[in-house]
Design a protein around this ligand. Sequence first.
Ligand code: ZN
Length: 262
Amino acid sequence: MTKTLISGARIIDGSGSPAFPGSVLIVNDRIQAVSRTPLAADDAQEVDAAGLVLAPGFIDVHAHSDLSILAEPEVVGKISQGITSELSGNCGLSAFPIRTAEVREHLEKLYRTYGVALTWSDFSSYADVVTAARPAINVGFLCGHNTLRANVFGYENTPGTSAGWERERDLLTEMLEQGALGFSTGLLYTPGKFAPPEELRIVASALRGFDAPYATHLRSEGDALIESLEEALAIARAGSGRLQVSHLKTAKPRNWHKLDAA
Ligand SMILES: [Zn+2]
């Protein structure tokens, strides 16, 4: 049995209540006691945390660590910020599925700086590679629309066809069944920007059966901010009803007034 006693910290417990001074006793990797009065444990390793803040690990819901988690599984950049869980596959870009040579070539080029071989074809084989890398934090992944769409229509400027949109939906369903946690879009980027709203409602309908979220980098964060938000809401309603707007902001002074309405 290993015991660790952390004393003297300002504790922020994540419940929303104000910080308080106290001690935390950890036994075998589990929190056994959180106390406002000093705790004693003779056989514990003691950590003096005076002047420091003690909090549960932060969850980063907007990560892009799809390949870096394999190149640097120690994740020092996140750990040193207190982040212990993160969600990648945002803004329409995920490292899976890879079902065509074109998508493989595109992603290999995009991710070449990481020096990681893209050996997988779907979420389940990607997850095996991530698990084998033993990341130092908890990781989850959204399935990105840009990758999904490229598997069906390539990176061309085309609205696509309803048969193709249904193939995207079925592919998303497959990835969700394999453990992907939701669906993301990046409608400012290629090829997501070529997708008509109808396509996205059809693809997002796969989320319904999984109660999985829709996360979006909006089509416009400036001149068409309100219209883009309306599009996002309609897509979320076609899915599970759960929506994450990835960067809620308004760009350019002429659009600043829109934030209240947004
Ligand atoms: Zn983004």
